[in-house]
Design a protein around this ligand. Structure first.
Ligand SMILES: [Fe+2]
Length: 418
């Protein structure tokens, strides 16, 4: 299976619009069927209708951000049986819900492994662009008459926040019990959202794995959005893109949250130009737009890693680190090496003082088999081969990041000044 998938990735050509630098502002309420590495499917999503199938109860409900503007935009995704076509969200004030709620109709589509008869799944999606008010608490439910989900409460972020909290993890692939523990810790810590540095599953084409990953997260992703980076194990698969509603082309995009710009990149590319040209240009633009905001990047294969399994990714270092330097990116979070690592602050390829450079973090400890071998490198500050997750507390002045093992012990703390 590996060789087949790798061959598929190697042989496919870049899509026709690959020269387009995707705008980080793009938000569309259209529900498009993701293709991944499949041929153009040339079929439309099924618009909402009142049809309910045998198992219409919404499952694996996700609240997501399909736009850079997280204060005003949202997407809601869920699964049902194949026959259910009810794709509605009702969202409104908490008090007296559903009175006062506004109803939005979306669409749904079937997707699968790409092999005829190998399994199909239905995903429902409702996308709202610019329809919500920043800094507002809402209640919502999804589904339709006769098949409503339970209700969930969410709060849209204000443009500038005095404080907020991020949960950060990566590399859960194949170990969904551990991933469930990480998500539970994020929920207990009341993180505002989750960053994930890629490799959620072992085989991105396996819907069974995605369902195990979603099942382990319980209802947390219905209340706390996850912002994912694409990892090499996701295979650019249709299944990967079906799980999430993200801005732009969903491979590289930005979101703004309460005074922080987060740029997400994809380092599993079809050809080198996607690293060195398209994403490098996008990255420079996205960081220029960010001005004096907090600037964070997330991707999978770290530019700086002391772990000897995969080491540093020198292609990524050559393609993107100049922009991280130029724009004073505060921290970059990656995974791929299955351990916790933190670099010293780095600028222009050398160690610099605290607050003067970018801190490179490897967080690949959400369940995948651990890698214990590291080597002395000038940039390495901390390396701990254990399952773990990060909690980042952000204020306008500083970001404090604690790394925890799964027993809740702090294994590292660092502070990044604005
Ligand atoms: Fe990986």
């Amino acid at each position: 299976m590996w060789s087949m998938l790798l061959l598929l990735l190697a042989c496919q050509t870049a899509p026709e619009d690959s020269a387009v630098v995707w705008s980080s502002e793009a938000c569309s309420e259209n529900v498009d069927i993701p293709t991944g590495f499949l041929e153009d499917l040339d079929i439309a999503a099924d618009p909402h209708s009142v049809v309910l199938g045998a198992a219409p109860a919404p499952r694996w409900i996700r609240y997501q951000w399909p736009s850079v503007e997280t204060g005003t935009s949202a997407a809601f995704l869920w699964g049902t049986d194949l026959d259910t076509l009810a794709s509605v969200v009702e969202i409104g004030p908490v008090e007296g819900f559903p009175e006062g709620a506004v109803r939005y109709e979306g669409a749904s589509f079937l997707y699968g492994s790409g092999e005829v008869g190998a399994g199909l799944y239905r995903l429902h999606e409702v996308r709202l662009c610019g329809r919500l008010i920043p800094g507002t608490t809402y209640r919502y439910r999804v589904g339709g008459e006769g098949a409503w989900s339970e209700t969930f409460t969410i709060t849209t972020p204000a443009d500038e926040l005095d404080s907020f909290r991020i949960g950060i993890a990566g590399d859960s692939r194949g170990a969904y019990e551990t991933w469930g523990q990480v998500v539970e810790a994020f929920d207990t810590a009341e993180v505002d959202f989750i960053l994930f540095s890629g490799d959620m599953v072992e085989f991105g084409t396996s819907q069974e794995e995605w369902e195990a990953w979603l099942e382990a997260a319980g209802d947390v992703l219905a209340r706390r959005p996850i912002v994912p980076a694409h990892g090499n194990h996701e295979f650019l698969s249709q299944n990967y893109f079906a799980q999430f509603a993200l801005p732009g082309n969903e491979e590289w995009y930005s979101i703004d949250y309460g005074g922080m710009r987060i740029v997400v990149l994809n380092d599993t590319v079809r050809d080198a130009a996607e690293l060195t040209q398209e994403q490098a240009v996008f990255l420079d633009q996205a960081l220029t737009e960010a001005g004096d905001d907090w600037k964070i990047a997330v991707h999978h294969q770290s530019a700086y890693a002391t772990c000897t399994t995969h080491n540093s990714d020198l292609d990524v270092r050559a393609a993107w680190v100049p922009a991280f330097d130029k724009h004073d990116v505060h921290a970059v979070f990656a995974g791929h090496n299955h351990l916790y690592e933190r670099s010293v602050p780095i600028r222009d390829g050398a160690a610099v003082g605290e607050g003067e450079g970018t801190v490179y973090v490897v967080t690949g400890g959400a369940g995948a088999p651990l890698y214990g071998s590291t080597e002395e490198q000038w940039f390495g500050a901390v390396a701990v081969p254990t399952n773990h997750y990060l909690i980042a507390d952000v204020t306008p002045q500083e970001m404090t990041v604690n790394a925890y093992d799964l027993a809740g012990n702090v294994i590292d703390t660092f502070v990044v000044p604005r």
